[in-house]
Design a protein around this ligand. Sequence first.
Ligand code: NI
Length: 196
Amino acid sequence: MPQNKFDWQRGFTLDFSALDGLSKGAESTKRRLSQMQDMYADGEAARALVEGGDPLVYEFYELGTPEHPGDLAFGTSICYPGKVGKEYFMTKGHFHTILDTGEVYYTLSGQGYMLTESPEGDVVAHQLEPGKAVYVPKRYAHRSVNTGDTPLITFFAFRGDAGHDYGTIETKGYRKLIVEGEDGRPKIIDNPKWKK
Ligand code: NI
């Protein structure tokens, strides 16, 4: 994690590429399928893909924002195109550790959905497409899903000290999944692996 590369006291500018999502000077965190294969409904398809080369599912660029309520964390997230069985490549998804904090996403390129759900079970799928911003309200878990053929690249910003709670999603799963339907279009279905 870079600590003093950016001037959080006096400000800074940073280049973001809408083409490949690279954020100059930032560090990328990479997630391969083996790091999240149990999240996909089709365990057999996931295992075969992992054994066949363990594809990179997504990566995101962070700037080492101070964990302070007055600072803003921002960066880019790139979810690559692909499917595990019928289920589209997606990010792990998370709640914020400080649940009462929202987040903004702006799509730079690609097509997909921001799948969100509250602890009480309200599920909302927001479309991600270039030129559109999505507001993820406080308390909602969020995960991006790439339903297109090109990398889905988003710019995000949230409160510096919000933190990431991946554990809840890792143990319980999401209530819903996005899969390719019979007609070749994305379809939202119940997650057979969801644990109450
Ligand atoms: Ni978030």
